[in-house]
Design a protein around this ligand. Sequence first.
Ligand code: KIV
Length: 272
Amino acid sequence: MSTAKKEYKRITVKSLTEMKRNNEKISMLTAYDYTMARIIDNAGVDVILVGDSASNVMAGHETTLPITLDQMIYHASSVLRAVERSLVVVDLPFGSYQSDPKEALRSAIRIMKESGGHSVKLEGGSEVKDSIKRILHAGIPVMGHLGLTPQSIYKFGTYTVRAKEKAEAEKLKEDALALQRWGCFAIVLEKVPAALAQEVADSLTIPVIGIGAGSGVDGQVLVSHDMFGMTHEFNPRFLRRYLNLYEEMGNAVGQYVKDVKDVDFPNDKEQY
Ligand code: KIV
C-alpha cells in the first residue's frame, strides 16, 4: 500500500475529514497579519487560525477578552490577502456569540463577508448550542473549541489542565459528540489529559486538533509567536519552540543600533 500523502491545492473543510480518514495529521498555526500568513501558507501549513490570541500576542492584553469583532476582522482580512492554500479559521471574539444566536450569526456573517474567512471558531459546547446551530444553518463552517477555553478564564481562575476530574471529562466527551452531531467540521481541544483527548478523537469522525492535548489527536495547533520563540515568558510544557527569534531579533536590533551610531550603516553601496 502506498504511503504517499495526497497533494491538496487548496485545503477545505472536506480535506480535513479526508486527512483524518487517511490517518494524515493536520498542521495548524495562528497568524494575524499578511507577512506572517504568507510565510506560513507558503510553507504548507494546512490550517491558519486567526486566533483571538491576537489579543495577547499582538495587542499585549493579559487575556483574550478585550479583542473586538472589528479588530478580528482587520486581522483576518490581512491574513486572507496572503493565503493561497491553507484553510483559514477565524475566532469569534468574546461577547460576539454568547448572548443570543441572532447576534452570533450576525458576527459570523460579518467575518465571512468583510474578511473573506473560510470558517469560524467559537468556544464551548451545550452552553452555546443555539448559536452554533444558527451559524451552521446559514452555511458557515464552524470549528468547536473545548477543554481550556481562554474566554472563560475568569470562571476557571487558572490556565491549568482541564477535565482531570470525571464530571468535567464526561461533559467534555458529551459536548464533543454534540458538536459533531450539530455539524461542526472539527474541534480544538486545549490543555486536557492526553488519554482523554485520544478517547475523544477516537470517538469522532471529525478531526480533533490539539494544543497541550498529546499526540493521540488528529492534528496540532500552536500560537505562531510562541512556536517561533518570539515570546519568551510563556513556557508551558506543551510548547515546542522551533526558533529563538526573541534573542535573534534582539541581537539584530542591537547590531543595527550599533551600526547607526558608528556610522557603519548605510555604507557606500547602500546609498544613492
Ligand atoms: O486563539 C488562539 O490562538 C486559539 C488557539 C490557542 C487554539 O484559540
